[in-house]
Design a protein. Structure first.
Length: 395
């Protein structure tokens, strides 16, 4: 049996490479000699830069920049060379991710993407030709205003004084936007963004209402943030002539997608489409008898462009069964059956605290992978015995 493992990371727990390693150990635990391909898959979130750089034989560059709550943190971006072009890989989760926001400070009205702009500036200092940015696992909702400010955009109040954007709520203080001092080097590079194509900035399905609660916002704060982003979108349209309210991907990473389009000239892409240009999984999946994928939480949102559903979509071209291993099973998870995932299993073995679950995750992923394969093998044995009986009956 040919097994192909294509997992995503477990948010705030393990990156894709760590999940893949645990699953590989699980397969080997069941069958040390299994025919196995392992392809860690990223969606633009945690582990994005490291995985791409490892595949391309590049290097990571470490920088001290501004984190999501305004304190200096150690972050990184990657650079690789291909066809004579230097490409920088920036992972917003490594500088403004939810994992970097202490649990007692989770309020998207007070978190910033300023550090993302600092990493873009550092990449420009390296003389790159292209920049690839992964938008995922964010802890911010400032519409990318912090990022833009780091690149020279000025946000002005009614007295034409500069507003220091430290979070989404500061957007309500802004009355106009100036781009005169925007870093001119942005004109000389191409910027591609891997993002959730279905996230939009404003409206009932806007990023504040859909993702604000996940980042710690109360219902009141969600409404504040929604109003702030509507106000911001109007100012952006006035400043650069672009209506970012409902453009595909504009809501990615708390509206960072909108800011990147409006101020950095970035092109947004459905994350799986552009990542497949760097990680080729179709040929591997085509050879599989079974595909194992993984995600930290499997729920009704998974079919909307997340890795397990995208992997399943490819696998179904070859009628290959797909099983997902997940940390938690959330609301509406059965929608994944229609997305091509044939079965799923949670690694959680007993009632446990979040901290304990994070600690035990590698071991539980390994054990769950071995358990899944044991169950599959039982099914194969039953099918073989049934076929053998039918052949005897026919003779």
């Amino acid at each position: 049996m040919k097994i192909v493992i294509v997992p995503s990371g477990f948010k705030e727990c393990l990156d894709a490479e760590e999940v893949a390693l645990a699953m590989e150990h699980g397969v080997r635990r069941f069958d040390p000699f299994a025919d196995l391909d392992v392809i860690p898959m990223i969606d633009g979130g945690e582990g994005f830069a490291k995985t791409i750089v490892n595949i391309k034989g590049g290097e990571l560059i470490y920088k001290k920049v501004t984190g999501p709550v305004g304190e200096k943190i150690n972050s990184h971006f990657g650079i690789f060379v291909e066809n004579g072009k230097r490409t920088a890989v920036i992972e917003m989760a490594a500088v403004a991710g939810l994992k970097l926001v202490p649990r007692n400070q989770r309020n998207p009205l007070r978190t910033t993407t300023y550090g993302v702009g600092e990493l873009i500036r550092a990449a420009l200092d390296e003389g790159v030709d292209n920049i690839l940015i992964g938008c995922g696992d964010s802890g911010t909702s400032d519409g990318g205003a912090g990022m833009a400010q780091a690149l020279g955009v000025q946000f002005l109040d009614k007295r034409q004084k500069i507003v220091d954007i430290q979070g989404g709520e500061d957007l309500m203080k802004v009355e106009s936007i100036g781009t005169t001092h925007l870093d001119r080097r942005l004109q000389d590079v191409s910027i591609d963004v891997a993002c959730n194509w279905k996230n939009i900035l404003c409206g009932e399905e806007g990023v504040a209402r859909v993702f604000g609660p996940q980042k710690g916002a109360t219902l009141k704060q969600v409404e504040q943030l929604s109003c702030a982003l509507e106000h911001y979108a109007a100012l952006v349209e006035e400043a650069v002539g672009m209506d970012v309210r409902s453009l595909p991907g504009s809501g990615a990473s708390g509206g960072l997608g909108a800011g990147l389009m409006a101020f950095a000239g970035a092109v947004l892409h459905p994350r799986f489409d552009i990542i497949r240009e760097y990680i080729n999984i179709e040929e591997k999946i085509a050879t599989a008898d079974i595909v194992l994928t993984a995600e930290g939480s499997l729920d009704f949102q998974t079919p909307n462009g997340k890795i397990p559903a995208e992997v399943a979509r490819i696998a179904k071209k070859n009628n290959t069964p797909v099983i997902a291993i997940t940390g938690t099973i959330g609301k509406g998870a059965d929608a994944n059956y229609n997305a091509g995932i044939d079965a799923y299993i949670s690694i959680i073995q007993k009632p446990v605290t979040l901290e304990k679950a994070i600690q035990k995750a590698p071991k539980w992923i390994e054990e769950s992978t071995a358990l899944v394969l044991r169950q599959v093998s039982i099914g194969l044995e039953i099918a073989q015995k049934k076929n053998a009986k039918e052949r005897v009956y026919q003779t």
